[in-house]
Ligand binder design. Structure first.
Ligand code: SAH
Ligand code: SF4
Ligand code: F3S
Length: 466
């Protein structure tokens, strides 16, 4: 039997982009085995992100390096195919081939199921470009997650449940690169999760650009909300933990908030981007909610699940942002007390309304505001972690730790936790007492086996203690 060809695939974007990379690798699994080095690969796929200018330009510098590899391979008489996938591919199309003529395939995010076919065609043609939004549903044509690849990826997996976005925030390219919003049927999602659990996955993160706008077709013939979907997934015996992201404040429904109270397997973590704390800027961004609505959601979520970690995204230096608008963002941060957040300087994206707005802010001002915002967020992140020292948390052990004899896992709040324990516990959830913290990790001691009283109803526990 001949050696399988080698595939090198690299993601530059969000969770949806990482997920698409996995599914592209799964679709090619019959002919290609994944490698973690680009130099010996027969096919290189760069799965790109268009969200900010820097993300987009990075691709062209990466392509510069890959051109060298391709010439070196050709000198050895090997053919190397180069594919540019993802949101830059969707936005730039033929322009990519013009700037980088050695690229063989350009393929948009909604066409990834056609990759095996494009690879076959690229062997015959100089370049193939596929950036139409196809009429068929890519999920009906994608190969299921491969068993071997799923094992290699670990015990926690992403599952795309909702795609695209119709919200048209004035700064954002996603509605143009990913297309209109759609939800996958419950049965299809369930089937995919069964493939994953059969390969050892115990945690799933249900992902979508606006995952809480989920309204997929349920087995009863009606549209199901994300809350129902979560309940359905959490009912699977093999699943220990369920997460979801990213949510939009406008779609934070009461039943989803109640899920945080009622579904123990749903982890107490909510990534709910607000972008700015100024009502004026939120309106200019077309977010279609104000700061008071956001604060109200946070209060209701915390009432349902008091220990929940709240996370957000922020953009600083949106056109027209004054020092007062920025102060309102800092004030919101001080009110909410985030467990973590991602923050960016505003990047004008071609074709979006905000790029044409008056009052574009100087880079130096954006960078300075970003630095101030990040100090505020970092202080809160450290405070959130510090408050966990001395507490007992359930940790999902995921992989060997940094030191011999150590294993590493994640807290319910997504922080890495390092514990001295045997590697056979990887893939299980264990109780850990948090004893210390460093900048990015928690350290703890396992307190298993769980004492019998901890499994009894409180009345019995009290009697036993007497
Ligand atoms: N659907 C998600 C966000 C997807 S994009 C939501 O609505 O929250 C991820 C993050 O990138 C956004 O939350 C925003 O903070 C940031 N982002 C998007 N466009 C940007 C731009 N033009 N400049 C800077 N940051 C941007
Ligand atoms: Fe972009 Fe707004 Fe849609 Fe999020 S909700 S993907 S920020 S347009
Ligand atoms: Fe980037 Fe596309 Fe995701 S632009 S953030 S890879 S949806």
């Amino acid at each position: 039997m001949s050696e399988p060809r080698k595939l090198y695939i690299k993601s530059f974007g969000c969770q949806m982009n990482v997920y698409d990379s996995h599914r592209m690798a799964d679709s090619l699994a019959g002919d290609y085995r994944e490698t973690d080095r680009p130099d010996g690969a027969d096919l290189i796929v760069l799965n790109t992100c268009h969200i900010r200018e820097r993300a987009s330009e990075k691709i062209f510098s990466e392509l510069g390096r890959i051109k060298e590899l391709k010439s070196a391979a050709e000198k050895e008489g090997r053919r190397m195919l180069i594919a540019v996938a993802g949101c830059v591919a969707q936005a730039e199309g033929n322009e990519i081939i013009r700037r980088a003529p050695f690229v063989n395939i350009v393929i948009g995010p909604q066409s990834i199921h056609r990759l095996p076919d494009l690879v076959a065609r690229a062997h015959l043609a100089s370049a193939v470009v596929e950036t139409n939004f196809p009429i068929e549903d890519k999920f009906d044509h994608l190969a299921p997650p491969s068993f071997a690849a799923t094992r290699a990826r670990g015990i926690s997996a992403f599952v795309s449940v909702q795609e695209g976005c119709d919200k048209f925030c004035t700064f954002c390219v996603v509605p143009y690169t990913r297309g209109i919003e759609s939800s996958r049927p419950v049965a299809k999602i369930s089937e995919e999760i069964e493939h994953l659990t059969a390969a050892g996955v115990v945690e799933v993160t249900l992902i979508g650009q606006n995952v809480n706008a989920y309204h997929g077709h349920g087995p009863d013939g009606r549209p199901w909300s994300l809350a129902r979907l979560i309940e359905h997934v959490a009912a699977k015996r093999e699943i220990a933990r369920v997460r979801y992201m990213t949510s939009h404040p406008r779609d934070m429904s009461d039943d989803l908030i109640a899920s945080h109270r009622d579904i123990p397997k749903l982890m107490p973590f909510l990534h709910l981007p607000i972008q700015s704390g100024s009502d004026r800027i939120l309106a200019a961004m077309n977010r279609r909610h104000g700061r008071s609505e956001y604060l109200d959601i946070v209060a209701r979520v915390r009432a349902a699940r008091p220990d929940i970690a709240i996370s957000s995204d922020f953009i600083v230096g949106f056109p027209g942002e004054t020092e007062d608008d920025f102060a309102a963002t800092i004030d919101l941060i001080e009110q909410v007390k985030f467990a973590q957040a991602y923050s960016f300087t505003y990047s004008a994206r071609p074709g979006t309304p905000a790029a044409e707005m008056d009052g574009q802010i100087a880079e130096a001002v954006k960078t300075e505001r970003l630095a101030r915002l990040q100090i505020a967020i970092e202080r809160q992140r450290q405070a959130f972690s510090a408050a966990l020292v001395g507490r007992k948390l359930d940790v999902l052990f995921e992989r060997p730790g940094r030191l011999p004899g150590q294993i590493a896992g994640r807290s319910p709040y997504l922080q890495p936790v390092q514990v001295m324990a045997s590697a056979h516990r990887i893939g299980t959830v264990g109780r850990v007492e948090i004893t210390a913290l460093s900048t990015n990790s928690l350290f703890g001691e396992p307190i298993d086996p769980v004492p019998a009283y901890a499994m009894m109803p409180p009345a019995f526990a009290a009697a036993e203690g007497a």
